[in-house]
Ligand binder design. Structure first.
Ligand code: NAP
Length: 310
């Protein structure tokens, strides 16, 4: 079943289950990625009805964008795929410097277009705030690109609420991407009231809390990438989180679905959220995540899930 949604006030209409592509060519985040397997995953996902991909320059320093661009080109269906990407990081040698200046944003959008082998980007985000550029000026530069048809929608990510308000002073911000999942719900108080009031669609990153809420980790799981430094995946906190996931598993079993589907369906039931972008390493994970559209949660079930994590 596919029921498409519009992303906030944009004209982007997508399957609400997208693909977070930081493990597609994101060699700096996940060691040992196989690029052909990464491309096969994206192809398999598109063949199963996925049409919305979230990438960024910083996933493999352009490599994720290049691989996504290759797949979309090979499949010949650019107009059917919504590509979101992010930039604002200037490389000086090996060092990454955050730069929101209008000149650099114009430059980085051009570079993303080349890597993606396309002449427009559906959704372009400023990936993170710098300290010096007024946020309305940064977004103003993107608005000029939008007016020229080079980007179709404007996003910002990792901005504080104050920075988001400044960025949106002329009403140009379409999407905010921020950290939110069942284990980290501060955005409900901090961002949702503002984003909802201003029709800014909230896209949660780390929807599975880096895999934990997809339900397959056990106390013996070992991490060999950036997850080995995440407090929620270590020691007593990890044990407590696994116990919560077990409660979800009981609910999922009763509904003949999976923990991952329950979790994604819960996000999509929030008014502030139109779409989710879970990451994936294997085609079967994406295909499983796409099955979320078959899951309906009653009010009692939504509240029950909320209580487990309150
Ligand atoms: N704007 C930002 O600053 C920012 C920051 C972080 C992320 N993001 C975006 O958000 C996306 C999502 O974040 P994320 O990928 O880091 O974390 P995530 O979505 O919370 O977790 C992804 C991980 O969950 C596991 N998984 C996914 N589907 C599964 C399934 N059906 N069954 C079992 N396991 C499953 C896989 O882990 P295994 O490796 O264990 O297989 C996968 O790598 C990123 O890809 C990126 O596009 C943006």
């Amino acid at each position: 079943m596919t029921s498409k949604v519009r992303i906030g006030k944009t004209d982007l209409v997508v399957n609400p289950i997208g693909l977070g592509a930081n493990a597609i060519g994101g060699h700096n985040l996940y060691p040992g990625l196989d690029e052909q397997a990464n491309k096969d995953l994206v192809k398999a996902a598109i063949n199963e009805g996925l049409d919305y991909i979230d990438t960024a320059f910083s996933y493999g320093m352009g490599r994720s964008e290049e691989l996504v661009g290759e797949v979309v080109k090979e499949m010949g269906n650019r107009q059917d795929i919504i590509i979101a990407t992010k930039g604002a990081q200037r490389m000086v040698g090996e060092e990454r410097i955050i730069d929101n200046s209008p000149e650099f944003l114009r430059e980085t959008v051009e570079a993303s277009l080349r890597r993606l082998q396309t002449d427009y980007i559906d959704l372009f985000y400023i990936h993170s705030p710098d300290e010096k550029t007024p946020k309305y000026e940064a977004v103003g530069a993107l608005k000029e690109l939008k007016d020229k048809g080079i980007i179709r929608a404007i996003g910002v990510s990792n901005f504080s609420l104050e920075q988001l308000k400044e960025a949106n002073q002329d009403g140009y911000v379409d999407v905010y991407q921020g950290h939110y999942n069942l284990l980290n719900r501060q955005a409900e108080q901090v961002y949702f009231p503002y984003t909802t009031e201003h029709q800014i669609s909230f896209v949660p990153f780390f929807p599975f809390a880096s895999g934990l809420l997809a339900g397959k980790y056990t106390k013996d799981t070992q991490f060999n990438d950036f997850r080995s430094n995440m407090p929620h995946l270590q020691g007593e906190e990890f044990a407590q989180n696994l116990a919560k996931v077990e409660k979800l598993r009981n609910m999922a079993n009763a509904k003949q679905t999976e923990v991952s589907n329950l979790v994604l369906a819960w996000y999509l039931a929030q008014d502030a959220i139109d779409t989710v972008i879970p990451g994936a390493k294997k085609p079967e994970q994406v295909i499983r995540n796409l099955a979320t559209l078959d899951v309906q949660l009653s009010r009692e079930e939504l509240e029950g899930i909320s209580r487990i994590f309150s």
